[in-house]
Design a protein around this ligand. Structure first.
Ligand SMILES: C[S@@+](CC[C@H](N)C(=O)[O-])C[C@H]1O[C@@H](n2cnc3c(N)ncnc32)[C@H](O)[C@@H]1O
Length: 385
């Protein structure tokens, strides 16, 4: 799998962050028009609970400008879906997601020339001269989430180091924002675009410049991206390019640890750095919980999102976390669905009957804590205090 060469660097966005802010403020009214097309991630089988949950997010997003437009399946899926959409809106929508090149003149139908020029100047859009004329290509996605704007890579999974602000992160960020999950020192493990730590910090009861976010990611592009997003939203963030196994000292000094690690269990051909969950898909989630169990201070909180396969009727992650002596474990099942049909043979040969999408959270306790197994669909109703 390729790593990016000659890609537009996030760090160059950081150098001219004021231009980026200005360009985003210019296109934000147009982006608002586009967000009427929320899309779910999976083209494949999906459970009823997930659909109910999504319809809630969709309602929230229509009312509060909370966004789902960045969510994407394959570009082909959008091309097919797009047939039913008003073409120009659809095209504008496509432009900020995929690696689609669009004629400059066509883009001028959606955005005034000055706005496009400002985006080019800020590095958000590239110009490409071709025999058929000038084409434009978005370099990044711009994602409005509540009262923040975030940047991530456009959708191009031919690169192993693509920074993808995923559906799961938006679900967890919605949860964090709704329950006002507060903390002054935040450790965001496998931070990607940085959305989770930034969302907690945004709701921090302390002055925002007093809260500290430690973002940890093995992908240098992800850390650059998180730094741009913190600058864009005027929140303080310290980025660390590292594997999570070297982040004990950040865990031990944090009030909250949040994580969205790679957790997909599936054939290698469908997995990248941001999705490969290792053994049974729970390797990273389990290792992170192990670190938290040993290093988080008593009373410190953790919250993460993951998946877990059901094998021989048993939830593999749920079984594994029973061994943690000092972690309160609340296990909330968001959805349970059949494995991706395209790879059904692979899943059958590994004994996977179903996959659960879960949120796991709790406090570090002085002694073994009660464990609660939640299986309700209305996650916004949960409160931590
Ligand atoms: C599911 S993505 C996180 C998405 C992120 N919350 C967002 O929405 O932008 C998982 C992230 O874990 C990172 N990662 C993978 N292995 C890692 C490791 N051993 N240590 C730290 N980060 C890792 C990937 O680079 C990727 O950014």
């Amino acid at each position: 799998m390729k790593l990016r060469q000659n890609h537009k660097k996030y760090s160059s966005l950081l150098e001219n962050i004021d231009d980026v802010k200005q360009a985003i403020s210019l296109i934000s009214p147009f982006i608002k028009n586009m967000i009427k097309f929320p899309m779910r991630k999976f083209n494949g089988p999906i459970g009823e609970k997930q659909l109910i949950f999504e319809s809630k997010i969709k309602k929230n997003f229509l009312e509060n400008r909370c966004n789902l437009f960045s969510l994407c399946s394959s570009p082909e899926y959008f091309l097919e879906k797009g047939k039913n959409l008003f073409f120009e809106d659809y095209l504008a929508y496509q432009f900020w997601i995929t690696s689609l090149e669009i004629e400059q003149e066509l883009i001028y139908k959606f955005w005034p020339k000055t706005v496009v020029q400002q985006c080019i100047h800020a590095g958000l859009i590239s110009q490409k001269l071709t025999l058929e004329g000038t084409k434009l290509l978005s370099n990044f996605r711009i994602i409005p989430f509540r009262d923040m704007f975030l940047i991530a890579d456009r959708y191009d999974r031919t690169y192993n180091d693509m920074v993808y602000l995923s559906y799961d992160s938006l679900v967890l960020a919605e949860f964090l924002a709704e329950v006002n999950y507060q903390g002054q020192v935040i450790c965001d493990i496998c931070s990607g675009s940085g959305i989770l730590g930034l969302t907690i910090s945004k709701n921090c009861p302390h002055k925002q410049n007093e809260s500290v976010i430690h973002s940890i990611d093995i992908n240098p592009r992800a850390i650059e991206c998180a730094q741009v997003n913190s600058a864009l939203n005027e929140l303080a963030l310290q980025g660390h390019v590292s594997t999570y196994s070297n982040c004990k000292s950040f865990i031990s000094t944090s009030d909250i640890v949040v994580f969205n690690p790679p957790f997909i269990f599936g054939p290698a051909s469908r997995l990248l750095l941001d999705s490969d969950g290792g053994e049974q898909g729970i390797e990273h989630t389990f290792n992170i919980l192990k670190l938290i169990n040993r290093n988080l201070k008593i009373g410190g909180r953790y919250i993460g999102i993951s998946q877990s396969p059901i094998i021989q009727g048993k939830d593999v992650l749920w079984n594994a976390v029973q061994q943690f002596e000092t972690l309160e474990i609340n296990y909330h099942v968001l959805d349970e669905f059949k494995p991706f049909s395209r790879y059904s043979e692979w899943y059958a040969s590994h004994g996977v009957e179903a996959i659960r999408q879960i949120i796991i959270f709790g406090d570090r306790m002085p002694t073994k804590a009660a464990k609660i197994f939640n299986n309700k669909s209305e996650i916004g109703k949960y409160c931590f205090s």
